[in-house]
Design a protein around this ligand. Structure first.
Ligand code: G6P
Ligand code: MG
Length: 218
């Protein structure tokens, strides 16, 4: 059986349901701009940086703005998002995540967080799971966002584990592309359609157990 060398987690939509808060915050902004925004369009924004997401929404609505106006809108979306995440407590860990993190710790498998969110650190602190993560890749220090492999490769490097021994867990199409481009095994949380390129697709994080993962990873 192949040994799992490390497990690298995305945050929003995998560990906690902040993907829903990003969706609500973008939807409010898009509606204020008069741009049609639905869940299908939102799928394309998952895993994508704040500024790139804003560019996609503006392109979608055929709106052209100055850099200053765009910075203001990105700030506004983030303020809205921050009001949502203030309420986060350990109860907001998605079902199955805490038992899975405990199993990983017991098996002494190194772990990392690879999130494109500049709000990742406060969210992890509020969820009280810092001790389960050996390293966090700081989104601010990554040059190329998902789907570029940089963030997952950096996480593997910080753990000193080669990419071919790493498992990445994602809920975003851009995230699965990033994991695969890094040469890692991808677990996709979500619909078969959105997660089509993942090696193992699960509908919900509660299906994450080491036994099930090892069974698929082989
Ligand atoms: C994650 C989320 C995206 C979000 C990005 C930036 O990748 O999946 O939806 O746009 O982080 O988040 P931030 O908190 O920095 O705006
Ligand atoms: Mg995500």
């Amino acid at each position: 059986m192949r040994e799992i060398g490390a497990i690298i987690f995305d945050l929003d939509g995998v560990i906690t349901d902040t993907a829903e808060y990003h969706y609500l915050a973008w939807k409010q902004l898009a509606e204020e701009l008069g741009v049609h925004f639905d869940r299908a369009f939102n799928e394309r924004l998952k895993g994508v940086s704040r500024m790139d997401s804003l560019h996609m929404i503006l392109d979608h609505g055929g709106i052209v703005l100055s850099e200053e106006e765009m910075n203001e809108l990105a700030h506004k979306k983030n303020e809205h998002y921050k009001t949502f995440i203030q309420q986060i407590t350990p109860d907001d860990l998605l079902p199955g995540i805490l038992p899975f993190l405990n199993e990983i710790r017991a098996a002494e498998i190194p772990t990392a967080l690879a999130s494109a969110s500049k709000n990742a650190r406060p969210v992890i602190r509020q969820l009280k799971i810092e001790s389960f993560l050996d390293t966090i890749v700081d989104a601010a220090t990554v040059k190329n966002g998902k789907p570029d492999p940089e963030i997952f490769l950096k996480a593997a490097d910080q753990l000193a584990v080669t990419p071919d021994k790493c498992v990445g867990v994602e809920d975003a199409e851009a995230g699965v592309d990033s994991i695969k481009a890094a040469g890692m095994y991808a677990v996709g949380v979500g619909s078969k359609k959105a997660m089509a390129k993942a090696d193992w697709i699960i509908e919900h994080p509660s299906q994450l157990t080491l036994k099930a993962l090892r069974g698929h990873y082989g």
